[in-house]
Structures are given as structure tokens and as C-alpha cells.
Design a protein around this ligand. Structure first.
Ligand SMILES: [Zn+2]
Length: 458
């Protein structure tokens, strides 16, 4: 008998973790960190409900922290099998996990210095050695090729068009076939190839994400060029907190277009995030070299990420120099939800000045500073003090890399056979219910919204 246990990523958009158990095998699909609200983040510290040493293999759909960010903890606590993913996911996950370990260690040190922790000696969730060990276990595979990962267990990665290397994952285990949507991308990604349709096979179970299960991405919000132009006109600077992986690449691609067409003035553009710069290198390299496994839809006409129109701030000194600049500019910095990273320093400096603008371009989880800004907070807590929000806050929706409800429904309808069971995951609780109703209405299918730690036979 095969069963699936929902360890995380249910009734929440972070912390994805699904355990598939067969008679002789145990496979963990995703091992993501919880982000956002403190009560969610605290779950990262709970012991795994399974002994990591008994897990035979791990599958990762893509390199975002909420899908792979708890891997070093799994390894620290005894997992030593292979972590299967696509080759670009392996390269991006290596960057993300090393950075996550660094941030864990810095946070623990900071908490120790300031003394605001319940632990006697503040500890990181994992350290750089754990990340290094984890990275060594990443095992890359090409798209569309079924590989045997254990006796009677096979995996195939399909293109999801969410970020470079992102996949939805087909798992065949002890005669059962399960499909994990991962994070579903969209057909209009400016760089990546479209998502693959669901393979024409009979699935015993399908897990579908529901991040935007309650809405469609109508062209609402501000147009990027309008916000930039009015900010520059009043002598302000634009700050774009952006996820280091993919969002930075897409935004730079768009900014380049806007400059080349004269839609915005040729002001200095700074990329201030070591992780974003490292991920840009992976994108550039993939663009040039992934001929056999191409994940890009744009023609190879020159380097879309060439550094000739932006300045890269690799060192702390370069980052500080941006802060000293007094002329209007555009700063792209991470993290995307302002939960950490260099963007915090820019926010602390820029928020009190009404000439500046902060442009939010991605999903902002509940409990993050990004969400507080999107919801109109008058002050923001940064580095232990309250900072007044006088800058303009603008949400630009054109950069979403998650399928909306209609796009998810059309992806589901690419299947030729109704899956045996449908589970709705990776969405906030009320959104899941709306999406469940929509699936019933549009496709006539019943589906289940599992609770955490609930098990279902497949
Ligand atoms: Zn993602």
C-alpha cells in the first residue's frame, strides 16, 4: 500500500513537505522552510515527524526556499540519501542553501549580541557545514526523462515555467502514479518556456498548488514605467525588493526593454544582492549553454542579462556607495518580501522620504514586512526601531510567476483522465476552499484540502 502524509505546505503557502510511503520505501517530496508569521516560522524548529535517516530519497520541484530551505536541517538530523532535481534547480539551490545557512548564522549571532532570544545560546537552524553537505547530495536530472531513484520508484521532471529549472514532478512508486504540481508558472513568462501539459497517463493522485486560487491576474496595479517616471520626476529613487532568483532576472529584462524603447529615463540601475548576482550568473550560463535542455523561449540574440545597463554591487562597500548616491536611481535588492538581506538597509533609509517609491512585485506572505507595506502600514520595524512610511508604496502585478486560478484550471484540464484523488496544497486556508469550489464548478471534480500531518492511502 502506498500512502501520502502532508507534513507541510498545507493551508499555508510555505513549508512544503509531502512524504510518500510504500511497503519498502519512503520518499520526501519537497523540504521547504516556513516563512512569514512567527507561529509558522517556529515550525521550522520542530523535530521532523519522521526519522530523517529512514527517508530513502528526496525530490525537489524547484529552488525556492519554501520548497528546499529545510534540506540542511534534514541532513543535519541524519538524511544521507540523494536529493533529486533538475540540473538548473541543483545549481540555484546550491546558491540559495549556502545563503540561507549564512543568514541563519548571522541571525543567531545577532540574537546572541542583542540578548533577545529564549535560547540561552542562540542557535542557527543549520550552519554552513550542513548546507555544504546538502549541496553534495543534490543529484541533477534532465527534464522529461524517467529515472529510477530506488527499487520500484521512478521520477520524471516536467517543465513548470515558474523559475529556471522549475518542474512539476511525476512519481511512480510501487505501481502508483502521483503528480506534484510544485509551483506552477504561467504561459507569459518573458524568458522561460511554457509549462508542459499534464502527461497523458492515469494518475492515482494529483497535488495542485493554490497560491492564487482565489484570483485572476487581471492587468491591475500600476504600470512599472508610470511608477518609475513619476518617482524620477520628483527626484526620488525607486527600490524594488525582488526575489533573488528569477524575479531579479525578469525585472532586469523588463527595465532593459523600457530603457531601450525610451519609456523610462536612463537612470543608474543597481543590483544589490550577492545572491541575485550569483543567480544571474546561472541564468546567463544556462541561456548560453543549455542547448540540449533549453528552458528559455526567447531567441539567443545577445545576452538578455548583460551587465552593460546596470551596476552590480557585490561587496558591502559597493552597497553602501549606493546609499550615498544622491541622484534618482533604481535599486533592485533582495529579499523579495523584505524578510532579510540588504534590502532592509535601503528600506530604513528610503521609507521616510516621500519622494521615493517602493515597488512590490511578488507575492507577499502574511507576517512579512512586504505584506505590511502592501497593506498600508504607517510604520515598519527595522533593526529594532520603528521607521515611518512616507515613501510611495506601489504594487505592480505584471511579474507574477504563479499561475492564477484560471491558469491552474486550464493546466488541470490538459489531463485526458481525471486523477484518482486531487489534493489542494500550497495556499492560504480560505483561498484553498475557493479554489476547491472552482475546480468543482469548472471540471466537476471533487478534491480534498488536507490538514498538516494527515495521511491518505493512494
Ligand atoms: Zn516557488
Amino acid at each position: 500500500m502506498v500512502e501520502i502524509e502532508f507534513l507541510g505546505g498545507v493551508r499555508s503557502v510555505t513549508g512544503s513537505k509531502f512524504l510518500v510511503r510504500g511497503k519498502n520505501i519512503s520518499i520526501l517530496v519537497e523540504c521547504g522552510q516556513y516563512q512569514g508569521l512567527k507561529e509558522l516560522r517556529q515550525r521550522n524548529w520542530e523535530p521532523f515527524p519522521i526519522d530523517p535517516g529512514t527517508v530513502d530519497a528526496v525530490l525537489i520541484s524547484h529552488a525556492h526556499l519554501d520548497h528546499c530551505g529545510l534540506l540542511p536541517k534534514l541532513v543535519r538530523e541524519g538524511f544521507d540519501g540523494k536529493i533529486h532535481c533538475t540540473s538548473d534547480t541543483a545549481r540555484l539551490a546550491a546558491i540559495i542553501l549556502a545563503d540561507a545557512a549564512k543568514m541563519q548564522m548571522e541571525d543567531a549571532e545577532y540574537a546572541a549580541r542583542k540578548g533577545f532570544t529564549e535560547h540561552k545560546i542562540p542557535l542557527p537552524l543549520f550552519d554552513e557545514d550542513d548546507a555544504t553537505e546538502t549541496i553534495a547530495l543534490l543529484t541533477p536530472h534532465p527534464f522529461h526523462q524517467e529515472v529510477e531513484i530506488a527499487p520500484e520508484a521512478f521520477v520524471t521532471f516536467h517543465r513548470a515555467a515558474h523559475i529556471l529549472g522549475s518542474s512539476f514532478v511525476e512519481l511512480r512508486v510501487e505501481g502508483k502514479r502521483i503528480l506534484f504540481s510544485g509551483d506552477l508558472g504561467r504561459k507569459n513568462h518573458p524568458l522561460l518556456s511554457d509549462p508542459d501539459p499534464i502527461p497523458h497517463r492515469e494518475f492515482d493522485a494529483l497535488l495542485i498548488e493554490s497560491t492564487y486560487g482565489d484570483r485572476t491576474h487581471r492587468p491591475t496595479g500600476d504600470a512599472l514605467e508610470d511608477v518609475i517616471n513619476r518617482t524620477i520626476k520628483r527626484g526620488g529613487t525607486v527600490l524594488i525588493p525582488a526575489f533573488a532568483v528569477d524575479r531579479t532576472e525578469v525585472i532586469l529584462h523588463r527595465l532593459k526593454e523600457l530603457i531601450l524603447t525610451g519609456a523610462i529615463a536612463n537612470v543608474p540601475i543597481f543590483v544589490d544582492s550577492p545572491m541575485a548576482l550569483a543567480s544571474l550568473d546561472v541564468y546567463r550560463d544556462a541561456f548560453e549553454n543549455d542547448a540540449l535542455d533549453i528552458d528559455f523561449k526567447i531567441a539567443a540574440e545577445g545576452d538578455p542579462f548583460s551587465a552593460d545597463f546596470y551596476q552590480a554591487a557585490r561587496s558591502v562597500e559597493a552597497s553602501k556607495a549606493i546609499a550615498d548616491s544622491r541622484i534618482p536611481s533604481i535599486i533592485v535588492s533582495a529579499s523579495g518580501m523584505a524578510t532579510g538581506g540588504r534590502v532592509l538597509h535601503h528600506l530604513a533609509r528610503m521609507l521616510p522620504d516621500s519622494r521615493n517609491t517602493i515597488i512590490l512585485v511578488g507575492y507577499q506572505s502574511i507576517g512579512t514586512r512586504g505584506r505590511a507595506l502592501a497593506d498600508g502600514a504607517a510604520t515598519l520595524k527595522l533593526f529594532g526601531s520603528k521607521v515611518e512610511v512616507r515613501a510611495e508604496i506601489s504594487s505592480v502585478h505584471e511579474f507574477s510567476v504563479h499561475a492564477d486560478s484560471q491558469e491552474a484550471i486550464s493546466w488541470l484540464s490538459t489531463t485526458t483522465t481525471k486523477p484518482g484523488q486531487i489534493f489542494i496544497v500550497h495556499g492560504e486556508a480560505d483561498v484553498g476552499t475557493l479554489f476547491q469550489n472552482l475546480i468543482k464548478e469548472k471540471l466537476g471534480w471533487d478534491s480534498t484540502i488536507p490538514n498538516r500531518n494527515q495521511r491518505y492511502p493512494i
